[in-house]
Design a protein around this ligand. Structure first.
Ligand code: SIN
Length: 485
């Protein structure tokens, strides 16, 4: 194992349940590998359904005294955890790059992004207000907000740190306890976060981390256990639908941050430099493995050729490789299977007439690397138009009119993020309002942060994460009527 950390205590391979570091039942483990090299970097404890149930029971108990604390006490603790994450930024980034593959500069950015949710909710958690409603003279009608209860979270491998803190911070801030199943590909970042939470003084049971290779058993326990009052999930739409069905029997609240199929709509009057730069970032961030990545790049016919030329020139300059190498601009995709799946979408587009401007194949750097790709002559019948690509492939579609662009953008079951490039204020308003998406970036694709409500519509999910709205997902609204006044 070649992980070199300044603080070796952050390399944890046991599960963290009720404040204890424990092995999987019967010593079960699963291997975690570095997607850039294939090297096995850890054997991690694989927890069972029984251990999940123990973590949930511990969470329920721990929550009783946690929710009774003044909000300030809970939030002070989140502040300490935030600071420890900042202090250990470099180690957390190294761990992330080794298990996930993203280049170090992106991993460092994600650690800061992840930490920002702790800071934000440490502040926002002090502002859980209720209401006094106008009522008749002999009664008072009051609304209070209370923590929803034990939360279960299932998080993805593409953002092994920030997707955790985006859920855990609001849950803890309002007085809930949370049990987390991190992705099997990237449990080390989650376990390092638990180590830092413990160092910050988080009481046992409030945050358990349950790595597992038996997702069906652990997910089944999380969704069926009646003590869990809410499930929060980031991942694919197919799995999200399954989890929602499983949660129906105990009527759990769910938050779902699911797949996307983001259009970037570039109008003739757009600033070409800005449109190219923004689309490059959006498309190729994390090698295209981001739910809000540009999936369908739609360019108006008057600017189409100039855009394709400038965009593909920039893509040809990318340097793919091991994310630990500071020269690397783009890392591997998560698995060999993922690279093959990306390639099958490209192949089917090419068979239907798409033209490869650059890339178009698995790289000779290794089976996990897909060449940054640009395709033209693409159309709305292709899989690349209908499905989330989740890889470094940019299909560039052509459109003529604003109405056509809106129709194309909406021609999908997804509705997470969309982007528009134009300087026409009327067009900005018409298109922003006309497209069915939870988030719209106008002349900007770097739209994520802790202060915004992240989330989608249609089959991209429900609920919002981050921002003042992100607290609501962890709160119940209670109405109290005081009569006889
Ligand atoms: C995601 O891919 O779901 C997260 C992206 C982000 O937070 O910017």
């Amino acid at each position: 194992m070649s992980i070199q950390l300044k603080d070796t205590g952050l390399y944890r391979t046991d599960a963290y349940i009720n404040g204890q570091w424990v092995s999987g039942d019967e010593g079960e483990v699963f291997a975690v590998s570095n997607p850039a090299t294939g090297e096995i970097i850890a054997q991690v404890a694989s927890v069972s359904a029984e251990q999940t149930s123990e973590a949930i029971a511990a969470a329920e108990l721990a929550m009783q005294s946690w929710r009774a604390l003044p909000a300030k006490a809970r939030c002070d603790l989140l502040e300490r955890w935030h600071q420890l994450i900042l202090d250990n930024k470099e180690d957390l980034a190294q761990l992330m790059t080794m298990e996930q593959g993203k280049p170090l500069h992106e991993a460092r950015g994600e650690v800061l992004y992840g930490a920002s949710f702790l800071k934000w909710f440490a502040e926002e958690g002090k502002r859980v207000y209720g209401d006094v409603l106008p009522a008749t003279p002999d009664r008072r009608s009051i609304v209070i907000k209370q923590p929803i209860g034990v939360v279960a979270a299932i998080t993805p491998w593409n953002f092994p740190n920030a997707m955790i803190t985006r859920k855990v911070a609001p849950a803890l801030a309002v007085g809930c306890a949370i049990v987390l199943k991190p992705a099997a590909e990237t449990p080390l970042s989650a376990l390092a976060l638990a180590e830092l939470a413990e160092r910050a003084g988080l009481p046992a049971g409030l945050f358990s981390v349950l790595p597992t290779s038996d997702v069906v058993a652990v997910g089944g326990e999380m969704t069926s256990n009646p003590t869990v009052k809410k499930l929060t999930f980031t991942g694919s739409t197919a799995v999200g639908k399954l989890l929602m069905r499983q949660c129906a029997d105990t009527v759990k609240r769910t938050s779902m941050e699911l797949g996307g199929n983001a259009p970037v709509i570039i109008f003739d009057d757009a600033d070409l430099e800005k449109a190219v730069a923004g689309t490059l970032v959006s498309k190729y961030r994390n090698s295209g493995q981001t739910c809000i990545c540009a999936n369908r790049i739609m360019v108006q016919e008057g600017i189409y050729d100039a855009f394709v030329k400038k965009f593909s020139q920039a893509v040809k300059g990318f340097c793919i490789g091991d994310g630990l190498d500071e020269k690397t601009t783009h890392g591997p995709v998560i698995t060999e299977k993922a690279a093959q799946e990306i390639h099958s979408k490209v192949e089917s587009a090419v068979a239907a007439g798409a033209k490869v401007i650059t890339g178009g194949k698995i790289s000779d750097k290794g089976t996990h690397f897909y060449e940054p790709t640009v395709l033209t002559d693409v159309n709305d019948q292709m899989r690349l138009f209908k499905e989330e690509i989740f890889g470094p492939v940019a299909p560039i579609f052509k459109f003529s009119t604003e109405a056509e662009a809106i129709a194309m953008a909406n021609d999908t079951e997804f509705g997470l993020a969309a982007y528009i490039y134009t300087n026409d204020m009327g067009c900005i308003w018409r298109v922003s309002e006309g497209i069915e998406y939870g988030m719209v970036g106008v002349n900007e694709t770097a739209i994520s942060s802790e202060i915004i409500p992240f989330g989608g519509v249609k089959e991209s999910g429900q609920g919002r994460e981050g921002s003042k709205y992100g607290l609501d997902d962890y709160l119940e609204t209670k109405y109290i009527c005081i009569g006889g006044i």
